[in-house]
Design a protein around this ligand. Structure first.
Ligand SMILES: [Zn+2]
Length: 358
């Protein structure tokens, strides 16, 4: 049944859990890592390659697709799944984060947010309703409501203003979605910055509205790791047990064990593909190797001898280093493939650990 979240097992050692979220384009085993395909593509990889990494769902970006090529065009082309040839689930974010991080001008009112496109400077407006309509045209499986992602650091009175405005928008988004909910799910986004009290108020108000899933936004915005961990540990357990919990924008190898143990079910992060474009690959322990380093010039080993990805099964560090230095696109493809597979394997191992507990 679409929207149902089956909690298979809760750990007795920590707050982690293993579950299955059912969507219109298939079921997702959680915890899950979602590769990011901002412009309706996971950079450098074909959809078949993404699927071969074991990725079960990809994230795409409402802000970027609304500006270019436009949600009307994507709809005309048969929706996002058909347009990008990805038949598994897709989550689209609301565009709120990008409006605040990319656009040149923005003006917030009760109504929504007015901004200038970072592409051509044209004036645009996102409202809670229009953002739902755009995501309906895209046809994603999980939609996110328009929100204000408070910066870090941020004064308490600004944080308070931001989450209260976000809550008002989320109420409107939900009312608009409920007129014809269809098979697309709508998650809520908890805000409140690094303030435990505001996080609690935001979470409680949203729980009262009963969304199909809950996200924690406003993390991974430049705060130190210990603050991110503290707010995650405080906020995630406030969210309903029987709903999926999504920690937005988080997903480095070193974050996974801790965050899953706090009860997070879903992660997304651009890091695996972004790091690959900068020549960085995850090693067996989740550290980084810089493929450009001279030490790899004659290195016959794969990136990670314990990895089962296509790159590690067929190519040496010496060869990938050569490709990267020669600026061959295949270098980026192979490193992206490996980095995503690393994240998928890591999360799968933690999930299996929870399921194997007595
Ligand atoms: Zn690999």
């Amino acid at each position: 049944m679409v929207g149902k979240f089956e909690l298979l097992k809760s750990s007795k050692k920590h707050k982690g859990r293993a579950g299955i979220l059912h969507t219109a384009h298939g079921s997702i085993e959680t915890p899950v890592f979602m590769p990011v395909g901002t412009q309706a593509t996971v950079k450098g990889l074909t959809p078949q390659m993404v699927e071969d990494t074991g990725a079960q769902i990809v994230l795409s970006n409402t802000y970027h697709l609304a500006l270019r090529p436009g949600s009307d065009l994507v709809e005309e082309m048969g929706g996002l799944h058909k347009f990008m040839n990805w038949s598994k689930p897709i989550l689209t974010d609301s565009g709120g984060y990008q409006v605040f991080s990319l656009s040149k001008m923005r003006k917030i009112s009760d109504d929504g947010v007015e901004f200038r496109s970072h592409i051509d400077g044209s004036k645009r407006m996102f409202t809670p309703e229009s953002v739902i309509d755009i995501q309906r045209q895209l046809g994603s499986d999980i939609m996110m409501p328009l929100d204000i992602c408070s910066p870090y650091p941020c004064k308490r009175n600004q944080l308070e203003k931001d989450w209260i405005q976000t809550l008002a928008w989320e109420k409107r988004a939900k009312a608009h979605w409920e007129k014809a909910p269809g098979k697309q799910l709508l998650f809520a986004i908890v805000q409140g910055g690094m303030d435990n009290g505001l996080r609690k108020e935001s979470a409680q108000a949203l729980i009262d509205l009963d969304f199909p899933g809950y996200a924690v936004g406003g993390v991974s915005v430049g705060e130190p790791l210990d603050e991110m961990n503290e707010i995650t540990a405080h906020t995630v357990p406030l969210l309903p047990e029987d709903k999926p919990r999504y920690l937005m924008g988080v997903g480095l190898p070193e974050n996974m064990q801790f965050c899953i143990e706090q009860g997070v079910d879903m992660f997304d992060c651009v890091a695996p593909t972004r790091l690959a474009r900068h020549g960085q690959v995850f090693d067996q322990e989740g550290g980084r190797l810089n493929i450009k380093n001279a030490q790899f010039q004659r290195d016959q080993a794969p990136i990670d001898p314990s990895c089962d990805c296509y790159a590690c099964q067929h190519f040496t560090r010496a060869y990938i280093r050569h490709l990267f230095i020669a600026k061959e696109v295949l270098a980026i493809t192979l490193m992206s493939l490996h980095n995503i597979r690393h994240m998928v394997r890591l999360v799968t191992r933690i999930r299996e650990g929870i399921l194997a507990e007595d």
